[in-house]
Design a protein around this ligand. Sequence first.
Ligand code: ZN
Length: 96
Amino acid sequence: MADRKTRTFPIDDEYKLRVRYTYGWKKNCGNCDAPGPKLREIRIDGTLRGQEKLDALLHELTHFWDWRADEGVINHSATVTAHVLWELGLRFLDEE
Ligand SMILES: [Zn+2]
């Protein structure tokens, strides 16, 4: 299934971001490596679907770009942004 693949994305000539789906978490929806390494990884709970998965991805991507951002602000902004994009029709093709 396409959404189960680990994917790596170039950030620039030096740095990369890898997104990986993981399983077996009880509570966390995702997490993100701290800044520093040239390859940083975001891990997302592979059981999430739809708007919840989008929320988790936006949340961890915000951490990726702004490591010092306030967790409460990230929670709120990711959830609202996921809701807006979902209501505007954004979907994961591999979930249909
Ligand atoms: Zn967070």
